[in-house]
Design a protein around this ligand. Structure first.
Ligand code: NAD
Ligand code: LMR
Length: 327
C-alpha cells in the first residue's frame, strides 16, 4: 500500500467543497492505487455542517480514503499537506466583479500562506480557487519563506474547459478533438482564451470554424462572462464545474502532459511573452515527468493577442497595487 497523500481543502463545507471532496476520495485525482487523507478546513460557524460532510464521506466507504480531519485551525488543517486546495472565501453575487472581493478575501490568504509555510510538506502543491484567485495566490505566495513559490498556482482551468465546450458545440466535435486551446491572464473578463493556436482534429481551429466574427465576438465574450452568466441563472456561482476544473488542475499537475496538449494554469510569470515577472498569470503550460510545469515557449501571437495579454497584465498590476500591504 502506498503512503497516503494528504490533501488540505479550505471552505470544505461550501458549494464547491461538496462537489470536490467526493471525487478526490474516490481516486479521480491521484488514481485508483493512491490512498488519501482529507484535511478539511472551515470557519468555526461551519464546523457543524462540515461534520455532516465528513459523515457522508465516511458513508461512501471509499477504499482509498484513509482518514478525514475536520478543523478550523489552519496549523492542523495544513499539517504535512502534500496538496492544498484553497477554496474557502466569499463568492461574488449578481452585479459584482470578482475583484470587488479583493480586500475581504485577500486577507484570508495572508494567514493561510503563512500557515502553509509553517506546517505543510516542503513540496506542497497549492491551487487557489477562491476569488479573485490570481491576486489571492499572489498574496499567499508572498508569505512563503520555506515553501517553493513555484508550487503556488491558481485556477483558470474552468475557463479553459468553458472555451473547449463552446468550440466543441460550434464545430460539432467532441472536446477531445480540440488541442492547444489555452487561457491567458487574469480569471476576470480580461482573460484571453487564445483560439488562434488551437487545432481541431489536427487542423487549425480557425480553418475548421471559419467564423472570425463569432470567434472574436460571441465566443470570447461567452467564455469571459460565463461566471456572471451562471450567477445570473442560478443565483449562486458555479460550483460543480469549478470543482471539476480544480480536479483537472491538480490531476494534470501530477502527471506528464500528453504530447501536443496544453494546460492553462495561473503561475508565477518569469517574464515570458512580456508579462511582468512575478505576476500570477495564466499561461499555456505543460507538465514534465517530475511534476514540474513549464510555460510553452515560441507561441506565435498576433498584435491583437499581445494587446489582450497586456491588458490583462495591467489589470493584475492594478490589483497588486490594491493589496500591496498584504505582500
Ligand atoms: P461558498 O460560500 O459556498 O463556500 C465557501 C466556504 O468557505 C464557506 O463554507 C465558508 O465558511 C468557507 N470559508 C470562508 N472563509 C474561510 C477561511 N478563512 N477558512 C476556511 N474556510 C473559509 O462558496 P463557493 O461557491 O464554494 O466558492 C468559493 C470561492 O471559489 C469563491 O471565492 C468563488 O468566487 C470562487 N470560485 C472560483 C472559481 C475559479 O474558476 N477560480 C470558480 C468558482 C468559484
Ligand atoms: C466562475 O468563473 O464561475 C467563478 O469565478 C465564480 C464567479 O464569480 O464568476
Amino acid at each position: 500500500m502506498k503512503a497516503p497523500i494528504r490533501v488540505a481543502v479550505t471552505g470544505a463545507a461550501g458549494q464547491i467543497g461538496y462537489s470536490l471532496l467526493f471525487p478526490i476520495a474516490a481516486g479521480e485525482v491521484f488514481g485508483p492505487e493512491q490512498p488519501v487523507i482529507l484535511q478539511l478546513l472551515e470557519l468555526p460557524f461551519a464546523i457543524e455542517a462540515l461534520k455532516g460532510v465528513e459523515m457522508e464521506l465516511r458513508d461512501c466507504a471509499y477504499p482509498l480514503l484513509q482518514d478525514v480531519i475536520c478543523t478550523s485551525d489552519v496549523e492542523v488543517g495544513f499539517k504535512d499537506a502534500n496538496v492544498a486546495m484553497l477554496v474557502g472565501s466569499k463568492p461574488r453575487g449578481p452585479g459584482m466583479e470578482r475583484a470587488d472581493l479583493i480586500r475581504e478575501n485577500g486577507v484570508i490568504f495572508v494567514g493561510q500562506g503563512k500557515a502553509l509555510d509553517a506546517v505543510a510538506d516542503p513540496n506542497c502543491k497549492v491551487v487557489v480557487v477562491g476569488n479573485p484567485c490570481n491576486t489571492n495566490s499572489l498574496i499567499a505566495r508572498a508569505q512563503f519563506k520555506r515553501l517553493n513559490p513555484a508550487n503556488m498556482t491558481a485556477m483558470t482551468r474552468l475557463d479553459q474547459n468553458r472555451a473547449l465546450a463552446q468550440i466543441a458545440q460550434k464545430a460539432n466535435v467532441p472536446v477531445s478533438a480540440i488541442k492547444r486551446l489555452a487561457v491567458w491572464g487574469n480569471h476576470s473578463p480580461t482573460m484571453y482564451p487564445d483560439f488562434t493556436n488551437a487545432t481541431i482534429n489536427g487542423e487549425p481551429l480557425e480553418v475548421v470554424i471559419n467564423d472570425d466574427a463569432w470567434l472574436n465576438g460571441a465566443f470570447m465574450k461567452t467564455v469571459q462572462q460565463r461566471g456572471a452568466a451562471i450567477i445570473n441563472a442560478r443565483g449562486k456561482s458555479s460550483a460543480a464545474s469549478a470543482a471539476w476544473a480544480a480536479i483537472d488542475h491538480v490531476r494534470d499537475w501530477f502527471r506528464p502532459t500528453p504530447e501536443g496538449e496544453w494546460l492553462s494554469m495561473v503561475i508565477t510569470s518569469d517574464g515570458s511573452y512580456g508579462v511582468p515577472e512575478g505576476l500570477m498569470f495564466s499561461f499555456p503550460v505543460t507538465v514534465d515527468a517530475n511534476g514540474d510545469y513549464h510555460i510553452v515557449q515560441g507561441i506565435e501571437l498576433s498584435a491583437a493577442a499581445k494587446a489582450r495579454i497586456m491588458n490583462s497584465a495591467e489589470e493584475l498590476l492594478a490589483e497588486r497595487e490594491m493589496v500591496k500591504e498584504m505582500l
